[in-house]
Write a protein that binds this ligand. Structure first.
Ligand code: ZN
Length: 652
């Protein structure tokens, strides 16, 4: 069926505002008014709407498969039984805390710091954790091999900043967090005074960890977080951590060197292991165990988790229905298997072909633009082009699927099912050590509405689920599609050349390919963008962090330009009749705004600004567009309009 709106509904518009004053409000103000955030959500926009629609599609798939007896270990049995175990609230409620009792007893029996490390590895295998984290992944300086990375962790709040509140809202969150910790101790049967004391211990420890944690701006810098250490050096750096015990119990046998993300953090952990009493550690570890698994325990635990993390922190008013929560559990445990069934029903090879063509069109435009840059030397240009040439693309779903068939999934014990999946994932992760890098791997599920760039793989990836309206609409004109998925493709391409991505070469290795002079000019340009975004104020006295969001803002700005010129090229051979009285250039920008229309709760906005490297939606539209002469021409704006910045940023 043809789309009667041609991919952009006029009801999105708010024509009381001029596109040259506030384009976001003009383009989607009507939509914002008609689409308040539902009670069970913290944000409502293209991503959450498509995600909800997808959950309905997945539910139908599961209902079909569960009507029949399925072979043990088959995709249908795995996801079908996981769903049954999650949806059966009676059984989960009956079990209460009992699935965790074994672990709680183990923690209560702790008496040495070495035993703390043993339990750390045991919990990590279950996908839970405390104190610090670790994983086996691609080596950032040698993308052909895997390496173990140890990184800061152990906090129950989303970021270190939350432990040092600057305002009333911050104080409230910290107080509520303490009540939440206490609540979990009460739920596992501790008397009030003990629960109160334990909550105090947990907060004490976390504040010390937070003090020595890197902030999010520093965490974005791969040069700062890459510190190669031999085991001997680790022993000197953090002597109170028994590294031999840790490596042995984590199953990292044969590992002789690791990357330490934040050395200062480990120095601190080492000191704390000696200084903090075992009694306090026990409280801290118990809390993290129960907190991490609360979403899979009986309703009182699930509710406590919701009340703090979803309500207090994100502004949700009510829990999603159980079937949606159950599907989200499947997506996070058996995601690829669910995705396999999803693409069989909901993905067309013709979409894949069209997106592949668009990717190549944008690559061509990027090449032309790099060659024309007036600020970059020829030698650096050659390096940039060499990298561009090597970008790999993945579209839709993986060529080879992970084989989960030997994971034990029963139709009743939800928590055990979740643990079995996580243990499988852990095992898969550690057995990679010493093996060649699996270049077929996907870091996102096909049913996820998103896309990514991996600097280490030097590849851009577009899961099946993002190839639907408003991102990609087979019934819409090129303008809407280049403004939507085209700019998203451009966004991912540009990540390879954003302030951090540009530190990696075409083979995915962190290695400088820039001349010093070009690097300086690049930095000068990015600083203007930092300044621009620092000025945006989504809530009273709450400002966007221009440094934290720099990579994403660069990707939006660069991505829009690539997509715009790819559209111009494609329009050379097409007729230029207006649609709904808009030129194709105007529709391109409307397409971009439509992708980002979103309402968000104040609570979620407050958290987003502190933790998310993406800018809030409004600025993802107005921010880059107000830098573009192409936008100004399309809408006939002039230098005095708010949508026309005096100092315009042009990087790529
Ligand atoms: Zn991005």
């Amino acid at each position: 069926m043809k789309d009667p709106d041609y991919g952009f509904s006029l009801s999105n518009l708010d024509t009381s505002v001029s596109p040259c004053t506030n384009f976001y409000q003009y383009a989607v103000g009507g939509w914002l008014k008609q689409n308040p955030v539902p009670a069970s959500e913290s944000k409502w926009g293209s991503f959450s709407i498509l995600n909800n629609e997808n959950l309905t599609k997945l539910k139908l798939i599961l209902e079909e498969t569960s009507a029949k007896q399925q072979k043990k270990g088959s995709d249908e049995q795995l996801v079908g039984d996981m769903y049954k175990s999650a949806i059966d609230s009676n059984f989960v409620n009956e079990l209460g805390i009992s699935p965790l009792e074994n672990y709680i007893r183990k923690i209560e029996a702790l008496s040495t710091t070495d035993e703390i490390l043993l339990i750390l590895a045991e919990m990590r295998k279950l996908g839970s954790g405390f104190l610090f984290g670790y994983y086996v992944g691609q080596d950032e300086k040698n993308s052909e091999k895997y390496i173990t990375t140890i990184y800061q962790g152990g906090l129950g709040l989303p970021d270190r900043e939350f432990y040092f509140p600057q305002d009333e809202r911050g104080n409230t969150i910290l107080t509520e967090y303490k009540s939440h910790i206490k609540q979990l101790f009460l739920l596992i049967g501790k008397p009030d005074t003990e629960a109160e004391k334990s909550a105090k211990f947990v907060q004490e420890i976390e504040i010390q960890l937070a003090q020595q944690s890197m902030d999010r701006v520093a965490l974005r810098d791969p040069e700062k977080t890459y510190n190669l250490q031999t085991i001997k050096e680790l022993n000197q750096l953090a002597p109170n951590i028994n590294w031999n015990i840790f490596i042995e119990s984590a199953g990292l046998k044969g590992v002789s060197e690791v990357v330490v993300g934040q050395p200062q953090f480990l120095v601190n952990v080492s000191k704390m292991l000696k200084a903090v009493s075992i009694e306090k550690w026990k409280a801290y570890i118990t809390f993290h165990l129960v907190n991490d698994f609360s979403p899979y325990l009986s309703l009182p635990f699930e509710k406590a988790h919701f009340n703090f993390y979803d309500k207090t922190l994100s502004g949700k008013k009510e829990m999603k229905p159980r079937w949606k929560r159950s599907l989200e559990i499947i997506n996070s445990t058996l995601g690829e298997t669910m995705g396999k069934l999803y693409v069989q029903k909901h993905f067309s090879e013709s979409s894949k072909k069209r997106i592949a063509e668009m990717v190549e069109n944008l690559r061509e435009i990027y090449k032309e633009r790099i060659l024309q840059l007036d600020w970059m030397s020829d030698s650096t240009k050659q390096q940039a082009l060499a990298k561009l040439e090597k970008f790999n693309k993945k579209i839709g779903y993986p060529d080879t699927w992970k084989d989960y068939s030997n994971i034990e999934i029963s139709n009743n014990t939800l928590l055990q099912n979740v643990m079995n999946c996580r243990q499988w994932q852990y095992q898969e992760m550690v057995t990679r050590i010493g093996k060649p890098v699996d270049k077929n791997e996907w870091l996102m599920n096909p049913q996820t509405i998103n896309a990514y760039y991996s600097p280490n793989m030097n590849e851009i990836v577009f899961p099946a689920a993002i190839l639907q309206p408003p991102f990609f609409n087979p019934d819409a004109d090129d303008a809407i599609n280049y403004g939507g998925i085209g700019a998203v493709i451009g966004h991912e391409f540009t990540h390879g050349f954003d302030d951090q991505g540009a530190k990696f070469d075409g083979n995915g290795n962190m290695h400088n390919w820039w001349s010093d002079a070009d690097k300086t000019k690049f930095k000068e340009r990015t600083e203007v963008l930092v300044k621009q975004f620092n000025e945006y104020q989504p809530l009273e006295n709450v400002f966007v962090n221009g440094e934290l969001t720099l990579g994403e803002n660069m990707a939006d700005l660069g991505g829009l330009l690539l997509a715009y010129y790819a559209l111009e090229k494609s329009m050379k051979t097409k007729n230029h009749t207006k649609i709904n009285d808009f030129t194709y250039q105007q529709r391109f920008f409307l397409g971009w705004a439509q992708v980002w229309h979103a309402n968000i709760k104040d609570e979620a906005m407050g958290q987003m600004v502190k933790t998310d490297s993406h800018s809030p939606s409004e600025y993802r539209v107005n921010g880059p567009l107000s830098n573009l002469p192409e936008f100004i021409n399309a809408w006939g704006c002039n230098e005095n309009n708010a949508m026309v910045r005096k100092e315009k940023v042009k990087i790529w």
